[in-house]
Structure formats: structure tokens, C-alpha cells
Design a binder for this molecule. Structure first.
Ligand code: I3S
Length: 133
């Protein structure tokens, strides 16, 4: 039922700081531009907020006051796919590759393997719950 799915999705909600770059925009390859970003997974939608260093509030402020108000990318996880990126995609360690239904692509990274693995599981479980229809 939709109610049960919403409840399961809610259990996957999470937030934290990740490194990310968009590499493809609706099928068109774009230049990498890594940045650190406050990232929120909520209800099957992944949102990358603007880099706190670009916000007027400054990087030392808590994300809720400095960055949370300015989403840069909102990713609908229905029909998306996530997996570990191959070594050719980046020299960084622990890199995830997220492909969206509209042919956009993001790389997501953190130096902590455990943090990346936790995001991998939460995003993957969200994709499964959202389905592809
Ligand atoms: O796939 P690339 O071109 O090796 O990605 C690197 C570039 O985005 C680079 O920026 P410049 O094109 O301005 O040099 C970044 O600084 C690197 O971090 C990118 O490589 P990694 O391996 O870090 O994803």
C-alpha cells in the first residue's frame, strides 16, 4: 500500500555532508566540478544543497542556517540506478555513481567508506521502494 511505502521511505531519510559532482545533464556529458554539499534524502528525493562556501552565511555556520535554503540539485530517485563507480571515473576513493531516469549522472564521494556505504544502501533501498513505474 502507498501508506506502507511512505513509512518505509521515511525510515531511509538521512542527511549529511558529501562530496559530489554532476557529470551528465540529460544525456550530455558535462565537466566535473566537485564540491562539498549538505545532502538530504527524504521521501525518495535526494537534494544536494549549495556549497556552504558560496553562501553569504559562510562555511562555519550550521548547515541549517547557511546552506539548507538553497537546493542546487533535486534528484527524483524513481527509475534511478546507483552503484560503485569504476576506477576510471575518478581518482578519489569510495565513489558512487547515480544515474537518473532523465539521463543525468552524479558522482558522490566521502573519504569514509562507512559513510558512503550507508548512503549507498539508503539510496538503493529508496530506489527499490520508489519502483520504476
Ligand atoms: O575526470 P577528470 O577530468 O580527471 O576530473 C578531474 C577534474 O574535474 C579536475 O578539475 P580540472 O578539470 O579543473 O582540473 C578536478 O580537480 C579533479 O578532482 C577531477 O578528478 P577526480 O579524479 O578528483 O574525480
Amino acid at each position: 500500500s502507498p501508506g506502507l511505502r511512505e513509512e518505509k521511505l521515511k525510515n531511509l531519510d538521512k542527511a549529511g555532508v558529501l562530496n559530489r559532482t554532476k557529470t551528465m545533464d540529460r544525456g550530455k556529458r558535462i565537466r566535473k566540478n566537485w564540491s562539498s554539499s549538505w545532502t538530504v534524502l527524504e521521501g525518495g528525493i535526494l537534494t544536494f544543497f549549495k556549497d556552504s562556501k558560496h553562501s553569504s552565511a559562510g562555511a562555519l555556520r550550521h548547515p541549517t542556517t547557511s546552506t539548507i535554503s538553497t537546493p542546487e540539485h533535486t534528484v527524483e530517485l524513481r527509475g534511478a540506478a546507483i552503484g560503485w563507480a569504476s576506477k576510471e571515473r575518478s581518482s578519489k576513493k569510495h565513489v558512487l555513481e547515480l544515474r537518473t531516469r532523465d539521463g543525468s549522472e552524479f558522482l558522490i564521494q566521502h573519504d569514509s567508506e562507512q559513510i558512503v556505504a550507508t548512503w549507498h544502501r539508503a539510496i538503493n533501498d529508496s530506489i527499490v521502494l520508489m519502483g520504476s513505474d
